[in-house]
Write a protein that binds this ligand. Sequence first.
Ligand code: GCB
Length: 640
Amino acid sequence: DTGSKLALFGVLLLCAARDGASVPQRGMLFPRESASRELKELSGLWDFRADQSPGRSLGFDSAWYKSRLAETGPVIDMPVPASYNDITQDPKLRDFIGWVWYDREVVVPARWVADKGTRVVLRVGSAHYYSVVWVNGVKVMEHNGGHLPFEAEIGDIIRENPQAPCRITIAVNNTLTLETLPPGSIQHMDDTSKYPNGYFVQNTNFDFFNYAGIHRPVLLYTTPKVYVDDITVVTDFSDNTGLVSYKVSVLGASTTNVKVTLTDKHGRCVASSSGPSGVLKVTDVNLWWPYLMHDNPGYLYSMEVRHHGTRDIYTLPVGIRTVRVTSTQFLINNKPFYFHGVNKHEDSDIRGKGLDWPLIVKDFNLLKWLGANSFRTSHYPYAEEILQMCDRHGIVVIDECPGVGIKDIRSFGNASLAHHLDVMDELVNRDKNHPSVVMWSVANEPAAEMPPAGFYFKMLISHTKALDPTRPVTFITDSNYARDKGAPYVDVICVNSYFSWYHDPGHVEVIPIQLTNQFENWYGKYQKPIIQSEYGADVVPGLHSDPPMMFTEEYQKIVLQSYHKVFDQKRKEYVVGELIWNFADFMTAQGVTRVVGNKKGIFSRQRQPKAGAFILKDRYWRLANETGRLPPWNKYPCLL
Ligand code: GCB
């Protein structure tokens, strides 16, 4: 009915109006404990309620944030971090669209409250997609967009009533509009002979389940009043000397009385400096190398930044390396780097997109088993905890923003572009210091042939390069090379193709000619290095046929092998990488082409290998042997 339709639009407008009111982001250093900083994790069970009212606005109308959620209606247990969709047996919650509410009480250590010189910061690692946060009923922040952190200082609020427990309420709305990232649209079904009253669905143009909720840890941390707010490092080297240019911003006072010390793995000081910016020189430098490119990959120094006045200390891991692109090569530390890796998703049974340490560690073990040296964060920024693992293990990352499914011409307008630029600001700000991140990807398979795409990508890519002149920028294309309006601006061409799957299904014999032409056309037009950023085939694990048929293990094998033959020719010229679609099976929306999700994984969703995994493992270790250095076996007993 019109009433609920209007109400839902009301909620969406509420989102739009709130956008302008978002708290400006400053530095977003990953929260770390130090002698001057304490940390309190708020992971665990929160109270939860989905606002099932027709317009989804009851929670705001009845001010649920003013008291405990349990006092205004029924609540259920909800784990944080996790997606809420697969936690219960209720299909309405699985496919819910609109506002859900979380709350919990926290005991704040008395000395945090007593000491007015302490900043108390509330941080949400990420929530999908629009969040409003209250502390003791007072709104402290809003954030537009999933996948990235947001935070607010709450010391003044908790000090107003030091005896009371601190109540944190978070309302999260998963609605996607033409101007969100990723974009989507709400469709109302008015034909009452077919649909119940007030029926609507969320349409999207991407191929993964639209999981929602609080996906990454929520925590409280402290800093002194004058504190290190942000650090930016850019690294280089010349002969044996590493160069770390740094910039520190201190907030809370005009003074920038800082001391910077760089120590090696053994805790030995290798360089130091004073002042808010400078260059540290490291003699006999240990460069940061990718996994399988060096005996000692992922070497990290520790950069301690200390503010004299308040003794604030923040320690940042620093990897010293360079990235450069020529017309045929991708260079790390001036040596040609070939991406033999995967595309991933943050996705697993039950927790959906919620951060899960056992899963993360298992996935890194699988990457190493496979001999993969890289992955792309398809199709959105992953948890910073994952990038830290990449830094430590030498796994190279193409860091992608949530610009996936930009297919509607209305999503190329000014409001969309402004939001997309903001998201790039947040992403680069969060991830700029990770040595593992070697390239930014601003979008996946946008409708790059549409007229506004040229201006849109020119702006987006030049903005990203201005934010970070040290890394190449790409966007992932699937369209015809001749019509692509974004490609002139990228540094590396990344192409997705599914020959013998979406085109000529069942005909693997077309792969050599079509893939060869794909590469020659793109290179002929742009003379830039090319990465095959996706290719693959669905397999229902355990299905077999010979001759191979689609959806069997044999078919995935032969598709991979046919692609590999062409890669082997073209990597002698200008192809600089291959990333399989996908590392593991993952959940999608329901549809006639998806059998309980996308099955293009070389591992099942439960991380068990399919036949394709062994093909890739043999290949990746062979490539590693040719292009890099195998690790000494005794260092990796799990690989024996
Ligand atoms: C693509 C998309 C990816 C899909 C994949 C597929 O081109 O980038 O999100 O999941 O194809 O399997 O269709």
